[in-house]
Design a protein. Structure first.
Length: 333
């Protein structure tokens, strides 16, 4: 069982202020309906503490006051705030776990943690973390601003597109899945550290390729990456570069890629629709190192001289019926 005092030290150090308020006290001070406040905490993915536990800080109070102020704006309503809270909770939860893993691994390599963690080593790590926390926070905000600017540019490009309906979250995009071949079998042969390095290498390389060619990573699933691009030729190039990487780098896994083009729904950072499902199904039937595309993406590439698209025999794809995949290759292959 965790040391209560150590747990409190961790919270107060990382939250930046003491735990002052119970749930009733903070809701009263913020002037917020208790039921709605509870929904906000739940949307953030945080468990509700017992009523009599002092679990909230001045920062929590300031956040609730900010939300109450936002709700006075005409364009903001309670449901929008809850949706944003869910997005923040899910994104920041994953980011915090990711940073925590990297940070603890770095401390371990520098012998800050030598053997099992003790209250003393945890407090030493907290001290190192609190010293660097302001710099991390500035980088986090700057990264968020850059991503927000990129999202704004994508939205602006969509407003001049005849195939986009931003209000409904609908646009014509190329969607791609890149999947590591035989990942389950390989993962059984690796220990935890080897598997973590393997997955990180795959995700990092795929992210770099997608970013370089102007696409966007929607999500990563360990052995699989989902990406989108508003440019069909860029999507084709992304797929080919990821699939070809193992030929240049023997440490990179064998990958298969599926690409589809069409109308997708973009919501809460994720994408939905038939092209998404089709790209996933094409990936599942692709051979290692190959890129399969659907009819719509093949049509988009009809005038692209750099690529060769060859029809294959029809396949029955789950949930989609009879589909004829196309094999995408470079024209000089």
């Amino acid at each position: 069982m965790a040391d209560p005092r150590l747990s409190q030290d961790i919270e107060e150090t990382l939250l930046g202020s003491p735990l002052r308020y119970t749930r009733d006290e903070i809701e009263e001070r913020a002037g917020m309906d208790p039921e709605y406040a509870r929904r906000i905490w739940q949307a953030l993915g945080l468990p509700a503490p017992p009523d009599d536990e002092r679990a909230f800080t001045d920062g929590d109070l300031a956040a609730l006051l900010e939300i109450r102020e936002l709700l006075t704006e005409e364009v903001v309503d309670e449901e929008m705030v809850l949706q944003l809270a869910r997005g923040v909770g899910q994104t920041m939860g994953r980011l915090a776990s990711w940073l925590g893993d990297v940070w603890l691994r770095s401390l371990s390599e520098r012998n800050a943690f030598d053997g099992p963690a003790t209250p003393e080593t945890v407090r030493a790590a907290l001290k190192a973390t609190s010293d660097l926390q302001p710099a991390f926070e500035r980088l986090l905000v700057h990264g968020w601003r850059r991503q927000l600017a990129a999202a704004g540019l994508r939205a602006a490009a969509g407003t001049i597109s005849e195939t986009a309906d931003l209000a409904a979250g609908v646009a014509h995009q190329s969607v791609g899945f890149a999947d590591v071949v035989s990942f389950t079998r390989m993962s059984r042969r690796m220990d935890g550290d080897e598997l973590a390095v393997f997955v990180e290498r795959f995700e990092a390389t795929a992210t770099e390729v997608v970013a370089e060619l102007g696409g966007r990573i929607v999500k990563t699933l360990g052995d699989e990456v989902l990406f989108v691009s508003g440019d069909a030729a860029a999507a084709a190039e992304i797929g080919l570069r990821i699939a070809e990487r193992c030929e240049e780098d023997p440490d990179f896994p064998r990958v298969r890629v599926g690409l589809a083009h069409g109308e997708i729904i973009m919501r809460h950072g994720d994408v939905f629709g038939t092209p998404v499902n089709l790209a996933a199904r094409l990936t599942a039937v692709a051979r290692p190192g190959s890129v399969l595309v659907d009819k719509a993406l093949a049509a988009e590439l009809a005038d692209a001289r750099d690529y060769d698209v060859s029809p294959l025999r029809p396949r029955i794809l789950q949930g989609l019926g009879r589909v004829r995949p196309r094999l995408l290759r470079r024209a000089d292959a």
